[in-house]
Design a protein around this ligand. Structure first.
Ligand code: SAH
Length: 292
């Protein structure tokens, strides 16, 4: 079973100060790592949201000792305003969002996120709804696919990759991770240590899950609910995610006199964490606070 080590936990705790008690929202509760740290440090109540039902099962196990203080909600974090409204919650004492994929998704059997293993090309974080990667790839136009691979994967050879995928799908439907990885590797030669399929897999994953859509609206919605003295910490894993967080936080700090950047520049993990947790490698944390 894959172990998910939460990223930048010390920094998240330093930002959120759960020892003050209060209600915290973990917008991406995942396997419960950050939520557990918040509770152990003193948070009175945690609402943990995730769109991945499998993750919530694991989070419930991890948080079993704290079940009277936690509520786990199967939802998209972009629906956080409704999740809070349904519970009559108007303001919160802090929030965290740890964007991207969990190790359960990346390494989990049958999820189809990884080219390390041959399985059905699914890639949905929420397996209860929406088209799979295989479905989308079977019907997208070459032009749109090239744009996805360029924009979300920053793959310079996006057009050639899209052309090869469309040509291959005429011959036989692309249903597995190994098929897709094979097509990409034949087009994009290996340079350096990273697998040439990495960027295309990232792009398709971001596309399937609409990962960058509505991020700004979500960030604004959470900030609108921060109580005086409350902070919102966001951990990102690539520049495509970090950029909108940086821009939205900066814009909010200009528009709203009571909001200010708690991190002027993004914070990165310390040496020890980088050495011990490979998932931390590209992590950055930004936090915003409402003046207390
Ligand atoms: N902080 C967690 C790990 C989070 S990994 C821990 O310590 O265990 C990122 C999680 O975000 C994944 O479980 C993924 O399903 C979830 N996620 C990504 N996009 C989401 C969205 N739009 N809505 C809700 N959850 C999302």
């Amino acid at each position: 079973m894959s172990v998910h080590v939460p990223v930048m936990t010390a920094e998240v705790l330093a930002a959120l100060q759960p020892e003050r008690g209060g209600l915290y929202v973990d917008c991406t509760v995942g396997l419960g790592g950050h939520a557990l740290a918040l509770l152990a440090a003193g948070a009175t109540r945690v609402i943990g949201i995730d769109r991945d039902g499998d993750a919530l099962v694991r989070a419930a196990e991890v948080l079993a000792d704290w079940s009277d203080r936690v509520e786990l909600v199967h939802s998209d974090y972009r629906d956080a305003p409704r999740v809070l409204a349904d519970r009559g919650i108007e303001t919160i004492d802090g929030a965290v969002a740890d964007l991207g994929v969990s190790s359960l998704q990346l390494d989990g059997v049958g999820r189809g996120f990884s080219f390390q293993r041959d399985e059905a090309l699914d890639m949905r974080m929420d397996t209860s709804q929406g088209p799979t990667a295989a479905d989308l790839i079977s019907r997208v136009s070459e032009q749109d696919l090239a744009n996805v691979i360029y924009t979300y994967g920053e793959e310079r050879r996006s057009r050639a990759v899209a052309r090869a995928i469309v040509a291959a799908r005429h011959a036989a439907p692309i249903r597995t991770t190994a098929q897709l990885a094979g097509i990409v590797r034949r087009v994009v030669g290996r340079s350096g240590r990273i697998d040439p399929a990495t960027r295309t897999f990232q792009a398709i994953r971001v596309w399937v899950n609409g990962e960058l859509t509505g991020l700004d609206v979500f960030l604004r919605a959470v900030c609108a609910r921060l109580r005086a003295g409350a902070r919102f910490a966001v951990v990102t894993f690539h520049s495509l995610e970090d950029r909108p967080v940086k821009h939205t936080f900066r814009a909010l700090a200009k528009e709203d006199a009571s909001l200010r950047l708690w991190t002027k520049k993004s914070i990165v993990p310390g040496e020890d964490e980088l050495r011990s947790n490979p998932r931390a490698r590209s992590a950055r944390l930004r936090a915003i606070e409402r003046a207390g």
